[in-house]
Design a protein around this ligand. Structure first.
Ligand code: PLP
Length: 384
């Protein structure tokens, strides 16, 4: 028996985990103030870049003595700059519970060849952050975008640590509380929670991270695109809007528009509440349907942005094919785009719940999950 086609459709079917949905107020004409065709080093360009930095500080509540830079190559660029510029002074603790974290482990162990203790957990689980040695430099991802598992808080990180903490927070920033006093390097990209454009990354440095940069020179050469210091001093311009190379002023304008929208919904608090409500709408559906479960084993670590789901029905013999078919069916109906699980992650669905997604759209999608699941089960049975 195929469930009837649900009566309501999400007004916006964009549930991709990156680039993420634009904010609900977005339209292209809002970018009209972009200084296109002007130098990013002209007063108008520099003012926009500085505004992007300082509004980021305001919305995220980043301490005044932390440096915030706009860097090339999105979140990946920001993380790589940090790893290559800071690590090697002492051993590293590499922490990963999904594929992006695992990518940073590979970089540090195989490329940089730094002595490291590697802490990993299976998809759905999390590493016990209390078991990490904070005398070493610690690299971790706050929200594992591909497993939907996040840090519940930063309580395990000691305030008086000797090493630096380097945190890839790209799918957490603007959706989760980040304890700045526990984070020495934090990175994110515009294309994630605020639904901005890809291309640029944000690199946030604590005073201790700056101190390391100014007192330690890695043994390996650094390309210009990674260099944060000159003559043993931080290149201050990077943190006041004089970027290393040419940024897209259209992307900058778009980010400023996204930040304005963020403020209009109550800033960080409002954004967190929106993501929480979206994830709660999915949790409610999952609780009342026994054929689907959250990939995150512990609800305390279940992501509120990249919500990952797995099918648990015994009648499914090939999980990957089944999940792909469900996602395809939903896409063909135009009710959910890009919600297949990440290629390296266990089979299932991943529904983005960051603040640019409307809760009414998540709620409207839920009956469609039921519909697509039943249609695929029926197809399986017909083929048997
Ligand atoms: C945790 C994490 N790190 C890094 C990246 C790479 O981000 P970007 O493509 O913006 O460099 C992603 C993208 O999804 C991510 O989720």
């Amino acid at each position: 028996m195929v469930t009837n086609t649900p009566a309501t459709r999400p007004a916006n079917p964009r549930f991709s985990s990156g680039p993420c949905a634009k904010n609900p107020e977005f339209s292209l004409d809002k970018l009209a103030d972009a200084p296109l065709g002007r130098s990013h080093r002209a007063a108008v360009g520099k003012a926009k870049l500085l505004a992007a930095i300082e509004t980021t500080r305001e919305v995220l509540g980043i301490p005044a003595d932390y440096k915030i830079g706009i860097v090339p190559a999105s979140d990946t660029g920001a993380v790589e700059m940090a790893l290559w510029s800071l690590l090697g002074e002492r051993p590293a603790e590499m922490v990963a519970w999904e594929s992006f974290g695992a990518g940073w482990v590979t970089d540090v162990v195989k490329q940089l060849k730094i002595e490291a203790n590697v802490h990993t957990a299976e998809y759905g689980e999390i590493v016990d952050m209390a078991k990490v040695n904070y005398d070493n430099d610690v690299v971790f991802t706050w929200n594992g975008t591909t497993s939907g598992v996040r840090m519940a808080n930063g309580d395990a990180i000691p305030a008086d640590r000797a090493g630096l903490t380097i945190c890839d927070a790209t799918s957490a920033a603007f959706a989760m509380d980040l304890p700045w006093d526990k984070l020495d390097v934090t990175t994110f990209s515009w294309q994630k929670v605020l639904g901005g454009e890809a291309a640029h990354g944000m690199l946030i440095l604590s005073p201790r991270a700056v101190e390391r940069l100014e007192n330690y020179t890695p043994a390996w050469p650094l390309p210009k695109i990674f260099r944060l210091t000159k003559g043993g001093k931080l290149i201050d311009g990077i943190f006041t809007g004089a970027t290393i190379n040419t940024p897209s002023m259209l992307a900058v304008e778009d980010y400023l528009v996204a930040l304005d929208w963020a403020k209009s919904v109550g800033g960080l608090k409002g954004l967190i509440a929106r993501a929480d409500a979206n994830a709660a709408a999915i949790a409610k559906f999952v609780e009342t349907h026994d054929w689907i479960a959250n990939l995150a084993v512990d609800p305390a670590t279940a992501s509120t942005t990249s919500v990952c789901l797995k099918f648990t029905d015994d009648r499914i013999t090939d999980g990957a094919t089944f999940a792909k078919a469900v996602a395809k069916r939903l896409e063909a109906e135009g009710v959910a785009l890009d919600i297949g699980a990440y290629r390296d992650a266990p089979a299932g669905l991943r529904i983005w719940c960051g603040g640019t997604v409307e809760t009414s759209d998540v709620e409207a999608l839920m009956p469609w999950l039921d519909w697509a699941f039943n249609a695929e089960i029926e197809a399986l049975q017909a083929a048997a």
